[in-house]
Design a protein around this ligand. Sequence first.
Ligand SMILES: Nc1ncnc2c1ncn2[C@@H]1O[C@H](COP(=O)(O)OP(=O)(O)O)[C@@H](O)[C@H]1O
Ligand SMILES: [Mg+2]
Length: 346
Amino acid sequence: MAEIQLRNLSKRWGSFVGVDNFDLTIADREFLVLLGPSGCGKTTTMRMIAGLEQATGGDILIGGKRVNDLDPKDRDVAMVFQSYALYPNLDVYENIRFPLKVRRIDPATHRDRVMRAAEMVELTDFLHRRPAELSGGQRQRVALARAIVRQPNVFLMDEPLSNLDAKLRVSTRAQIKNLSHELKVTTIYVTHDQIEAMTLADRVVVMNKGVVQQVGTPTDIYDRPANVFVAGFIGSPAMNLMEGEIRGGVFEGARVRVPGLSAPDGRAVLGFRAEDAGPGAGSEITAPIYTLELLGDSTMVTVRAGGALVSVKAPKDFRAEIGESFSAHVPASICHVFDAATGARR
Ligand SMILES: Nc1ncnc2c1ncn2[C@@H]1O[C@H](COP(=O)(O)OP(=O)(O)O)[C@@H](O)[C@H]1O
Ligand SMILES: [Mg+2]
């Protein structure tokens, strides 16, 4: 059982708060993704769980046991970093085997374990190459195999794909997903890439400035963002957000008028996703076209509504000129309303 409990976990350096009261239980075998912009405290959280950084507040429990004061090697946690940290003078086989030697695991078992790990990441044909003779993707797979070979209770992965080019990132991501399905080990995975988070996670934790913003399944977070920060961080493109005023259920902003909302009167931020809206009937927004982007399966139309750029997905054969007036259908049913002062969902 490797349930992980973080109880009001905090990290301060002087008056600077890197991680602020992180409180969460991660279920045995769950794949949890920490998502947030650079500097929001993701790596610091991971390093505290791994034992590479001392918490300044709160507790970490792994399998019900408090581990705050245990050395990293006694926590049964394997970490995969952005930089692969392979030994350049050892071949793939010896790199994968290394943690077994360090941990003084019965040498009679090494060959079997290394071969099994290598097979899982499709490195069987490369066992006698050195890291310099491998591609970036292959190197990252050696790092993964080296974590797998230990059969740890917990995997921690810190942006493992971010040194790979776009295409390799997608295929390695699929491989990690498949691997996690086979291994069924509690995993915490850090990324600033929301697509990675959405595709891999059982649950996502969105962080900003050391503070947890929302915890939920990818669907929860996409469908019901808890605040303006999450709304603007999740989705590609990010959710359209406009400031304005609600009176009697009608939102009015620059070139925007959406009736039929069930939200209280007052200043508000209205949000909707480009893919939920479309051109035409209703015409809650009418504004000049700022740009058109052909995406293959659709055309993204972006208009300038006052100070805000607002994107709407149109059919792939939609054609118009920049500067032309464009009308979009934005029914109340696709809209999200946030408090203008606090940013919280209403
Ligand atoms: N040793 C340190 N001393 C002071 N501040 C640090 C230290 N390590 C990290 N920080 C700060 O803590 C914040 C969170 O860092 P980090 O956890 O690395 O963010 P992330 O991984 O989300 O990009 C950042 O603002 C960073 O500058
Ligand atoms: Mg980091």
